[in-house]
Design a binder for this molecule. Structure first.
Ligand code: CU
Length: 117
């Protein structure tokens, strides 16, 4: 096809296929989670939002799964178990420190941190 040798058209086509693949990617990971309430973490889009949350000692943090996929909050010492869409889980943090966690199902692909200070 003679038109494909046109550099502008080739660029347009490359851009279009890039857009198509980002759209496909967005479909795979689902929709972005809504912004969490204070002391809350939203789960969705294969992320914890926010990935890092700082709270005062004695604060109860609540995770909500907005994703079509099942996720789970897994700390080294305790966890939520499986959280289906719409389910929540809470943990109260009394001792200052950094608490790293991962998704029970997606491991290090989904990480989060609660900083208590
Ligand atoms: Cu997950």
């Amino acid at each position: 096809m003679k038109m494909l040798s046109n550099p502008t058209l080739r660029g347009l086509l490359a851009g279009a296929s890039l857009l198509a693949s980002s759209a496909a990617m967005a479909q795979i990971v689902g929709t972005p989670p809504p912004a969490p309430p204070p002391n809350g973490v939203s789960i969705g889009w294969m992320v914890f939002l926010p990935a890092s949350l700082t709270v005062a000692p004695g604060t109860t943090v609540t995770w909500t799964n907005w994703d079509d996929s099942n996720h789970g909050v897994k700390f080294p010492d305790q966890g939520s178990g499986r959280l289906d869409k719409g389910k929540t889980w809470s943990r109260t943090f009394t001792t200052p420190g950094q608490y790293d966690y991962v998704c029970q199902f997606h491991g290090s692909r989904m990480k989060g941190t609660i900083i208590v200070k």
